[in-house]
Design a protein around this ligand. Structure first.
Ligand SMILES: NC(=O)c1ccc[n+]([C@@H]2O[C@H](COP(=O)([O-])OP(=O)(O)OC[C@H]3O[C@@H](n4cnc5c(N)ncnc54)[C@H](OP(=O)(O)O)[C@@H]3O)[C@@H](O)[C@H]2O)c1
Length: 292
């Protein structure tokens, strides 16, 4: 991969994300070979110059860099297991999303076959892939990453290398999605509660965005609290905020709405208060979440 944009790449998997990845490689000028289990995807990529391989093995043999992006590691294991010989001498990067354990198992499999392997995670929607705002994580041997970093910049710049533990990209992915889906659960519940109270979604949305605007500062503050384990609660303490959760819970219950997420939040906050964190910040709940 000496001439960055002339190094041939292969993308296995042409779901929404695989197509975005292959498109970004094409945009950057890489000769790009694609393969998908079902042959009915990727017409636009072929029209733009991608080569459609007849088999996953043929695709792998066409690329110096092989990126796989399937629904999960059950799928990628099924596709990759028979391809160990074909993958020799190339760099394999798995950008499918799954749990850290599966990433480390995949790395062990690759090591057993002396393959250069990185694990990764795409943290942005398909429309952002290939732009300056695209966050893509990579983990694995630094020397392997260095070998293909310039090609990976086609997917998003700067490419983000997290460290040599192959599970790190998935671990960051899970932590970030934990936040995202928790927030998404709260978001749709807020609209359900508003609807039950006769408020139109369009009327509520701008005000929710006022709250969303506070989140970056809250994220920073929570990170600092959790790192230092100092939970300074002046201004807004956990006991006050838990009373607020209780109000939401009772409003939702009174309207016959599902309260599963709120009950779980309230239970964790109550445990933290019982442990003495009532005067502390909301982030002190982290101290009662470890059930080991
Ligand atoms: N889409 C996003 O916005 C987004 C964002 C960040 C991360 N991701 C991650 O990117 C990965 C791919 O997502 P996607 O949106 O591309 O999903 P998708 O559109 O549902 O595509 C799934 C892909 O997996 C393939 N597949 C499933 N089971 C398979 C099997 N047993 N053998 C071979 N291929 C199999 C599908 O092939 P067929 O076409 O033959 O079914 C298809 O290529 C996921 O891990 C996802 O979490 C996606």
């Amino acid at each position: 991969m000496t001439h960055v944009n002339s190094s041939p790449v292969t993308v296995l998997g042409l779901g929404s994300m695989g197509q975005a990845l292959a498109g970004a490689f094409l945009d950057a000028g890489h000769p790009t070979t694609v393969w998908n289990r079902s042959a009915d995807k990727g017409e636009q990529l072929v029209a733009r110059g991608a080569v459609r391989a007849a088999s996953a093995e043929e695709a792998v043999r066409a690329g110096d860099l092989v990126v796989v992006c399937l629904v999960d590691y059950d799928a990628s294991d099924k596709v990759l297991t028979p391809l160990a010989d074909a993958l020799a001498g190339r760099v394999l990067i798995n950008l499918s999303s799954d749990i850290p354990l599966r990433a480390r198992e995949a790395a062990a499999w690759a090591k057993g076959h002396s393959l250069d392997y990185l694990d990764g995670a795409v943290m942005v929607p398909v429309g952002v892939v290939g732009t300056a705002r695209a966050l893509v994580f990579y983990a694995g041997e630094r020397a392997v990453y260095d070998k293909c970093e310039s090609a990976l910049k086609a997917l998003g710049e700067p490419a983000t290398f997290l460290g040599e533990d192959h599970g790190l990209a998935a671990a960051y992915d899970m932590a970030m999605l934990d936040f995202f889906y928790g927030a998404m659960g709260g978001l749709v519940h807020a609209f359900a509660l508003a609807r039950a109270e006769g408020i139109d979604g369009a009327a509520l949305a701008p005000y929710l965005n006022t709250i969303a605007g506070f989140l970056p500062a809250i994220v920073e503050r929570t990170g600092t609290d959790v790192h230092s384990r100092v939970y300074e609660g002046s201004g807004a303490n956990l006991a006050m905020m838990t009373a607020s959760v209780d109000h939401i819970l009772h409003t939702a219950k009174g309207r016959g709405l599902d309260t599963g997420q709120l009950v779980a939040i309230k239970a964790a906050a109550d445990r933290a208060i019982a442990a003495g964190h009532g005067p502390d910040s909301w982030s002190s709940i982290v101290e009662v979440l470890d059930e080991r």
